[in-house]
Design a protein around this ligand. Structure first.
Ligand SMILES: Cc1cc2nc3c(=O)[nH]c(=O)nc-3n(C[C@H](O)[C@H](O)[C@H](O)COP(=O)(O)OP(=O)(O)OC[C@H]3O[C@@H](n4cnc5c(N)ncnc54)[C@H](O)[C@@H]3O)c2cc1C
Length: 490
């Protein structure tokens, strides 16, 4: 890898005739192919990886998507769906000179059924826009990634996105009832049922989290949830991250189920307070724990007092949001944390892994030791209630030595989480970033089963190739002793 460069694949021009065929479907103004036009689609939120597409097309309806896919097939060109490009694992970049099918213009909420609490949306609908649209009906869409002002429902479905409120409400997969998909051969199919009950295997479940490798999602039927009667938001200020993690464990053990429990460490507090997201968080706190409770108004005061006592037992001072404006300020600070960290250095590597909640204190200490040893600045902001860590490393990718240390730290962090009984991604997906780390958690036969599922949808491997799964036998060759690969017959 050369200094400052992404490990990018070289530009590969579209085969003769493909761009004309795509322009004939969407019109020249929604079909981009000049190199200068394509720069914005070279990478997603993970700037470490980049690859120029052969072309970018912006369809407006599902029939255009199907025709684009069929055109790509005719020219033997791979394709990849893209939403807002906020993904953090390189999932939406086009490898091998593929075509990007940008779904942002499929942005209509097609119907809202208040009685049955469902909505049917196109994939380019912005996550926060859906909740805003159904709020007058007393409803909301529960999965709330911190990127919700930008990211799309299609991208959320592909990544099985989570968010701060996953602790109580679950991830995207718990809220998707049915999907319409353009298969990799251009056929339109409907999966699942708006009732939530569909006979046969759970194909919706297979598509959610498949990172755009099984087809292009063109319609999503989602579950809506009633707005809670009351909400209480607490800010607990701890001397350090480890005591905050212990308080999280104590709250869950007590039987309480907060809607969210989020930890922000000191380095992140400093970055947030120096940014437009500043919320008056005390810079002398070692860590802040944001706890949200929601439910019947009569039930909350008692829960607030129990949480206060459990946090105080770990050395925290606890304050309560006095009104909606203060609550929103606390959340703006939390949800703006990655953006604020982005000001600290030219590059930010946002890691994503999950460990059993009880292991949080121990794993965080180890992650801190890894970054100290490698001389890298570490900041933590994470979904503590779920054990979903986001160690953030600020760096400058133009410095080859620093870049090498960042990559080494990433691998060690993942190995540490897996050794603690965790997994290599909670919500940001595998993409290209962690494709070759899949062997830390799956053996060759697990991966082969996943390859066979993918081949059932995409036998020719044209839909977002090079993502999610390592090449066959990569794991065995790269790491033959891990999880008994040396015993797998090759
Ligand atoms: C500041 C910040 C905060 C974030 N916080 C969170 C968080 O709290 N929780 C969380 O889960 N994630 C978070 N993310 C990551 C990211 O926002 C999510 O992964 C999100 O779901 C990506 O949506 P997108 O529309 O940007 O998708 P993209 O980045 O455009 O694409 C992501 C993947 O989805 C596929 N895809 C997109 N559209 C379709 C479609 N129509 N059909 C099939 N496949 C499709 C792409 O091929 C790609 O593999 C954060 C990112 C940032 C930058």
């Amino acid at each position: 890898m050369s200094a400052g460069a992404r490990p990018a694949s070289a530009a590969r021009p579209a085969p003769p005739g493909l761009v004309d065929a795509l322009c004939a479907i969407v019109g020249p103004e929604r079909c981009l192919s000049r190199p200068a036009e394509l720069v914005a689609w070279e990478c997603d939120g993970l700037t470490l990886h980049g690859s120029p597409p052969a072309a970018v097309v912006l369809p407006r309806d599902k029939h255009e998507v199907a025709r684009i896919v069929r055109a790509c097939r005719r020219f033997g060109t791979p394709f990849v769906a893209r939403g807002a490009g906020t993904g953090l694992s390189g999932g939406a970049i086009a490898l091998e000179g593929g075509v990007v099918v940008e779904c942002a213009k499929l942005d209509r909420i097609l119907s809202v059924d208040v009685e049955n609490r469902i909505a049917v949306v196109q994939p380019g609908v912005i996550n926060a826009a859906l909740s805003a649209a159904v709020r007058p009906h007393g409803l909301f869409y529960a999965p709330d990634p911190s990127s919700q002002l930008a990211c799309t429902i299609g991208g959320n479905v592909a990544e099985n996105a989570g968010g701060p409120h996953t602790l109580k409400y679950g991830t995207t997969t718990n809220h998707v009832l049915a999907l319409e998909l353009v298969l990799p051969d251009g056929e339109l199919v409907k999966l699942g049922s708006a009732t939530g009950f569909a006979p046969g295997p759970d194909l919706v479940g297979a598509v959610v989290g498949s990172e755009g490798t099984l087809g292009i999602v063109v319609e999503v039927t989602v579950r809506l949830v009633p707005l809670p009667e009351a909400t209480e938001t607490l800010l607990a200020l701890f001397p350090d991250v480890v005591s905050a993690c212990r308080a999280v464990g104590a709250v869950i053990t007590s039987g309480l189920v907060p809607a969210a429990m989020e930890i922000v460490d000191r380095r992140t507090i400093e970055a947030v307070e120096a940014s437009v997201y500043a919320a008056g968080l005390p810079r002398d706190a070692g860590a802040v724990l944001l706890v949200e409770l929601d439910g019947p108004a009569a039930a909350l005061p008692g829960q607030v007092e129990r949480i206060r006592a459990l946090c105080a037992a770990e050395g925290a001072r606890v304050q309560r949001a006095r009104d909606e404006a203060e609550r929103e300020r606390f959340w703006r600070a939390r949800k703006g944390a990655f953006g604020a960290m982005g000001r600290v250095a030219p590059d930010l590597y946002v890691h994503d892994a999950v460990v059993p909640r009880a292991k949080l204190p121990e794993v965080l200490e180890r992650v801190g030791a890894i970054c100290d040893r490698l001389g890298l600045p570490l900041a933590n902001v994470f979904h503590a209630g779920d054990g979903n860590l986001h160690p953030n490393i600020s760096f400058d990718r133009r410095d080859p030595d620093e870049l090498a240390r960042v990559i080494a730290a990433g691998r060690e962090i993942l190995e540490t989480c897996v050794a603690a009984g965790g997994v290599i991604s909670g919500e940001h997906g595998i993409g290209i970033e962690k494709r070759d780390y899949m062997c830390l958690v799956f053996d060759e036969s697990d991966l082969e089963a996943q390859r066979r599922l993918r081949a059932a949808f995409d036998p020719d491997g044209v839909c977002n190739p090079g993502k999610l799964l390592p090449a066959p036998r990569f794991c065995a060759e790269a790491n033959p002793k891990a999880r008994g690969y040396d015993r797998v017959p090759l």
